[in-house]
Design a protein. Sequence first.
Length: 262
Amino acid sequence: MIRSIYTAATAMIAQNRRFEIISNNIANFETPGFKQDQMITRSFRDMMIHRLYDVEDPSIIPRHRFPDSGPPYVGPHNTGIHIDKIIIDFTQGSLEDTFRSTDFALIGDGFFAIETPDGERYTRTGVFYVDVEGFLTTADGDYVLGQNGRIHLATENFRVDPNGNVFNGEEYVDTMNLVQFEDNAVLRKQGGNLFYIYDDDIQPAPAQGLRVRQFTLETSNIDMAAESVRMLEVYRAYELNQRFLRLLDENLGRAVNDIGRI
């Protein structure tokens, strides 16, 4: 019975974490370029259960035996689940026209490179601005990087072609530093919809086949209907394990108090 309590408790902990992730996804439904998180759970290793001091009589209790001799094998027993990992879904979001010259969307697999106080970071969120010094920045004031460093613009009247080349009128300024990774799983989330590489030995490569669309934003890749259904499923699963835990607690109390009197 004590093991069952731990099993129910691990399920409640996992469902609570899943609820937090789904809530964060829903909260960022309207955040441009946001990539949803998904949680993967895994059960603890099964334990083999055997009967001890049992009479070996197959005609009475059929059973499976291991090749070697030993107590009769009953079956596996599991002690619950745990959070295996949280993955980021990098599926492309839909495109939405904004008619702002400093809004950009990426079409394909890749990221904008951003200069931050913590080092180079990467984003799919193309909501940019031109600061008072004429540099192209993010909403938090971090600099959007080109092939030659920070991108400096004279005004907001500029254009960017599908290859990321930046022009002031007909004058070429720079080319956006667009990067991609062999496996996006090397990226981790940071505040401000930025990503960083968790392994210092891995470096990004110049993006191939990536296209830039100006006056457009990529929306989040969250399916609100699907996330709402998942939230309801998580709530029901948590509630079920809560009731089961309460039942186990009541039965354990009866065993201690009532049987103890006998």
